[in-house]
Design a protein around this ligand. Structure first.
Ligand code: NAD
Length: 332
């Protein structure tokens, strides 16, 4: 039987790099595509076909998806709160990637099109209190998502729905809640809270200066999903014949940002003094994933404990920060 071709758009990124490796382990032939030059990919898999293309261009989508059985669309211009609050237009331009990717998926006739949406689609009014009620899928409407990034994700979700309904493109959509782990962004301005906090804690340990800046008052509540759970969930959702509408893919282990800082300090074996920067971007006050729907459909939900995943993330970021050479690119 000939191998099926899975194309990972955004394969040079954090989640795409992990997913590409996992798909090869499952027996797929993998093509990873990303706009970044190869020396900036988090993982370059030698046994995959790797292409550098700007997927905002329709012709490039045709090159990227030629012969594809499955498309995993993870490419987006994105980052943590510091990036998305200050780059709304760049975030919205990712709509070109999604539009052209869906148009070509229809031309090619793929057996599955997976789209990576986000918890940032949820109505901001439901996330005003730190004392959160976990978000159920229906909470995305009436729409008042995160400005810029969240609107683009919500619009692209709708396109996935209508390409499925009108053109029979078998789309599947997951709403990721904060994903973290090794081989992801940990500095430079696009990093998310778990990586940023880990870097700051390691910096405290390495320099001996145990003062740490925390964005906001630190009372914001969040859940964080380890990358292995994310990849497993993408596979299950994509394979499912039942999960047709967008579904939460996130941990429901809630923590405060202050709690995460304390956890990381404990992992590092140091005491730190927190300095809260109330002017820094901090996002919504509270957010958690309601996992009833994913449990109902897939009899599974992300379960890797935060402490377990953060210990692995700490070790990897520590390696990066103490390496002699620029080692942001790894060959698996
Ligand atoms: P990432 O930034 O590491 O990966 C995205 C990749 O897309 C990058 O490598 C980037 O170079 C590439 N890209 C951007 N514009 C492109 C273009 N025009 N053509 C081709 N490639 C392009 O991010 P990630 O954390 O791996 O996220 C993957 C997807 O999951 C994104 O769509 C993101 O919005 C979504 N998501 C992630 C999280 C999270 O916590 N990481 C949460 C919610 C949603």
């Amino acid at each position: 039987m000939s191998q099926k071709l899975a194309v990972v758009a955004g394969g040079g990124g954090f989640i795409g790099g992990h997913l590409a490796r996992n798909l090869m382990e499952q027996g797929y032939k993998v093509r990873s595509v990303d706009i970044k030059p190869f020396d900036r990919w988090y993982q370059v898999h030698d046994d995959a076909e790797n292409m550098q293309l700007d997927l905002m261009e329709l012709d490039n989508c045709r090159k990227a998806y030629a012969g594809a059985d499955r498309i995993y669309q993870l490419a987006a211009d994105m980052g943590g709160m510091g990036f998305i609050e200050n780059n709304k237009c760049l975030c919205m331009l990712s709509v070109l990637i999604n539009t052209h990717s869906l148009m070509v998926a229809k031309e090619v006739g793929v057996e599955r099109f997976f789209y990576s949406s986000s918890a940032c689609v949820y109505n901001a009014d439901k996330q005003k209190s730190e004392d959160v009620v976990p978000l159920v899928e229906a909470d995305a409407y009436p729409a008042m998502p995160e400005d810029g990034y969240g609107w683009e994700k919500l619009f692209s979700e709708r396109m996935c729905r209508h390409f499925r309904e009108d053109f029979d493109v078998p789309t599947r959509v997951a709403r990721f809640h904060n994903v973290y782990g090794p081989f992801g962004t940990w500095d430079g301005g696009r990093e998310k809270a778990p990586a940023a906090i880990t870097r700051k804690i390691i910096n405290c340990k390495l320099t001996g200066d145990h003062n740490i800046e925390v964005w906001g008052d630190g009372k914001q509540t969040r859940s964080f999903m380890y990358i292995d759970d994310c990849v497993k969930g993408i596979n299950m959702i994509t394979d499912s014949d039942d999960v047709l509408e967008p579904i939460n893919l996130g941990s429901d282990e809630l923590t405060t940002i202050n709690g995460l800082v304390d956890m990381m300090a404990e992992i590092a074996g140091i005491d730190v003094t927190k300095h809260h920067n109330l002017d820094a971007p901090k996002g919504v006050n509270g957010r958690n994933s309601d996992n009833d729907l994913i449990k109902k459909y897939l009899n599974w939900a992300p379960a890797i404990p935060l402490r377990v995943g953060m210990e692995k993330t700490y070790d990897w970021i520590h390696e990066q920060m103490t390496a002699d050479v620029d080692s942001t690119v790894f060959t698996s």
